[in-house]
Each structure stands twice: as C-alpha cells, then as structure tokens.
Design a protein around this ligand. Structure first.
Ligand code: HEM
Length: 408
C-alpha cells in the first residue's frame, strides 16, 4: 500500500489536533479528502448531504409513516486495490455514475456506500473511528462476527435497477441509464457476499416457499411476521442518528445483523398471542393499526409477572433516550437468501452503543426474575423466532466523503 504511511500520518494529525475545534478539524480533513482532485459532484445540490438521509425521498402512507422501498441488495465488499487517490477517484466516479443513471428515489435508486470495521483496521484507525468490530450481543446466539471493508446498500421499488447496478459495478454490464460505465466499484473491490431482500405487501407471500415460513402466507402480509413496522414515532429521526461533530460529523454508524426466522409456529398462533409477543399483552389485535405514535403503557415488569409474556416493542421502547426518542433508525428488510426466511436487520444510530442498549432491552434477561414462564427465548417478545447468524459494523460517511473516509 504505497500511500499508507501518508494516511497514518494524516490520521495521527487529525486525532492529535487538540487545538482545533471539531469543525475546523472536519474542514481540514475535507480540504485534504482523497477525492479533492475531482471536480465537485455535479448533482450535489440536488442530493441530501447525508447518504443515510432517504426519508424526504420516500412515499408516505395514509398515516404519514415513511414507506420503505420494496427491493434491496447489499453488496458486502473486500478491498482489492491500494488505498490511494486513484482508487478514491474511481470509487467516487462510480458512485456518481449511479446518481447520473437513476433519480435518487424509490422509483429510481437509493444507495449508500458504508465503510466497515475491516477497512478501519487496515488504516490502523479502528480506535479513532466511530465503529469497532461487532460483538456477540445475546447469550443465546453465536453469530459470525464479520469485518468487511465496505458495503454498498441499494434499494429501489424496481428490482431490475438493483440487478443492473450490481452487474455494471461488479459483473459484465457496460451501460447504465443509456450511458457507458467507465468507472466500476469492481475495479477497487471484490464482492465478498450478496444479501438480497424485499418488503411490502405481496412480496413475503411470493417467497412463501422459503424454509421457516408456512406456504400459506397471506398476500396482505407486509413482511414475514405479518405485522407492519416502521411507525414514524418509533423510528429515530435522521437528525437523531447523525454524528454531530468531530471528524466523522454528518455521517452515522450502521449495524447489519442477519436474522434467521423460524415462523411456522408463529403463524399457528391466534392473533392475540402474536400481538402480545410482538407489541405487548395489553394490546388488542383490533387496536393494531399504523398510527405513527403506537402509545404503550411501559409496564414490562408487570406484564412479565402478571401475564407471563412480554412484547418485543414494549421492551425495545424502554431503550429510548433521555428525551424519550427512539435511538435507532431501522431500515431492515426480509430475505429469502439461501432458501431460508430471514431478516437483514439494517440499523442506523449515532453510536453503536445505541444499538447495544436496544439489543440489551430486547434481550430482557432481567424479566426471568419476574416469571418462571419467561426464559431467554420463551414468552420473551419475538426471541423464540429469531436466531442471529452474523453481525457487522460500518460507518456511513456524508456524501462528499464517501470515498475512503478518514484516509485523506
Ligand atoms: C424479525 C424481526 C423483527 C420484527 C418483526 C420486529 C417488529 C417490530 C415492530 C412491529 C415494532 C413496533 C413499531 C414499528 O416498527 O412500527 C418494532 C419496534 C422496534 N424494534 Fe423491532 N422487530 C424485529 C427485530 C428487531 C431487532 C433485531 C431490533 C434491534 C435490536 C429491533 C428494535 C426495535 C426498536 C428500537 C423498535 C422501536 C422501539 C421504540 O418505539 O422506541 N427490532 N419492531
């Protein structure tokens, strides 16, 4: 890696620049960003500065909730080229190719290029970065703890857009949106893993042949559980998850966990039991709509002691911050990769600790003291139905620093 010494020197200067305010440090970093040789992104003014800011581009439902895109593809990447200005220019030009080919909205293509704990380790900058390698976060799962260099997150309502981008960036396609493709992410990265998925009415039913779900999934199911998610006030705002100052300002952290679903017995249960386990035992099935606020009683211990069951939502909501705001912006979707039903749990949060706090609340181990009917998995929200297969952590830089963040 020819430029590695220079990179390390620059990082040391960044982290040691105690006299500089966070803001001037950021400006110093931007001035030296490895893509500085390129002219400014011609579409910059039309695009959100944060790569994770999709909400303004999403449709809303009748209740004002953001409607997630219907199709997803995450390409988990390993660096094959040196970390250099040339590689950074290739990456930046490749991302601009996507922006030129598709409108940044679900009818076109939403995307984000995130950088993993593997990359920051290569830079010798994991400590100074906003992320770390993933950890095991529950005592009933033994996930693979993965360290990728990067992840290209793609989402669209049009599945062929995802296939076209994948092929143009990493396989054989030579044009996108009618223009030739001159810069490919595949010149810098190798695809280590592909994760695909979907969300929204009709799509879970179309994948009902996957293991872990019954063949008879209703057309109306928006995901494999049958219950809509993403009510507006249960989601962190994009502003809440954005890093506020310091060298990583304007970006966010991204956690990706791969959950395997075993929902055959879930679908045999009456709606009242499903609702008790997903939301809480004081919710009636008839009350479950997509109202953005989803009010709850915050009585998890009482529910454990008196009902012998607690809901996933009421547990997770206990991890809200001191202002009562959710910490996670969940952009998870369902998957039938490998022929098995799963959820790719993609989550943005200002710091990874936010995710860990929520996962701890979701584990609900302390509730076993309230009732012998509750174990680490049984009657404990939806833990009986999900197994964590892998975890990985990433940093999502702002758009103008998306090529090799922290290396300029
Ligand atoms: C298949 C897996 C999952 C399903 C079906 C599911 C479903 C739901 C549902 C229905 C809600 C109610 C609010 C809404 O989204 O409209 C919810 C809330 C939530 N879930 Fe999940 N969830 C799953 C996994 C997870 C995981 C793995 C985490 C993170 C560790 C998580 C964290 C949360 C959080 C933070 C909330 C909002 C709590 C609040 O309002 O503060 N969920 N989930």
């Amino acid at each position: 890696m020819a430029s590695r010494r220079g990179l390390l020197r620059h990082l040391a200067a960044l982290s040691g620049a105690a006299g500089l305010s966070g803001c001037s440090r950021l400006l110093a970093q931007r001035a030296e960003a490895p893509t500085a040789d390129l002219p400014p992104n011609p579409l910059a003014a039309e695009l959100p500065t944060s790569q994770h800011a999709w909400n303004d581009r999403l449709h809303t439902d009748a209740h004002g909730n953001h409607v997630p895109p219907r199709h997803y593809r995450i390409l988990l990447l390993e660096l094959e080229a040196d970390i250099s200005k040339e590689s950074a220019a290739t990456v930046e030009r490749a991302m601009r190719t996507l922006e030129a080919a598709y409108d940044y909205r679900p009818s076109g293509l939403l995307h984000a290029l995130a950088w993993g704990s593997g990359y920051f380790e290569r830079l010798d900058a994991l400590e100074a970065s906003p992320i770390r390698h993933p950890k095991v976060l529950s005592r009933v799962d033994t996930p693979d703890l993965l360290a990728f260099d990067a992840a290209l997150v793609l989402a669209s309502d049009i599945p062929s857009h995802l296939a076209a981008v994948d092929s143009a960036m990493f396989r054989s396609r030579t044009d996108l949106g009618g223009d030739p493709v001159n810069d490919r992410l595949g010149d810098v990265f190798r695809v280590a893993e592909r994760r695909t998925g979907f969300l929204g009415e009709g799509l879970p039913a179309a994948h009902a042949d996957a293991e872990g779900v019954p063949d008879s999934l209703p057309e109306s199911a928006p995901n494999f559980s049958g219950f809509g998610t993403g009510r507006r006030e249960t989601q962190a705002t994009e502003e809440r998850v954005t890093i506020r100052d310091g060298p990583w300002a304007g970006g966010t952290t991204m956690h990706l966990s791969q959950l395997q679903l075993s929902l055959d017995s879930w679908w045999e249960r009456p709606a009242s039991e499903q609702v008790a386990q997903l939301f809480g035992p004081d919710f009636e099935p008839s009350e479950i709509d997509m109202d953005p606020s989803l009010p709850f009683s915050d009585k998890v211990e009482e529910h454990a002691a008196e009902e012998g069951v607690v809901g996933h939502f009421e547990k997770a909501a206990r991890a809200r911050d001191e202002n009562g705001e959710p910490r996670l912006l969940r952009r998870d979707f369902d998957s039938a990769d490998g022929g098995h039903a799963g959820t790719e749990f993609l989550s943005f949060q200002r710091e990874l600790q936010d995710f860990e706090r929520v996962r701890d609340a979701m584990n609900g181990w302390w509730l076993r003291d309230e009732s012998s009917q509750i174990t680490d998995r049984t009657n404990n929200g939806i833990l009986e139905f999900i197994t964590v297969r892998s975890r990985a952590n990433f940093y999502v830089p702002p758009r103008d620093e998306r090529a090799f963040p922290g290396s300029g």
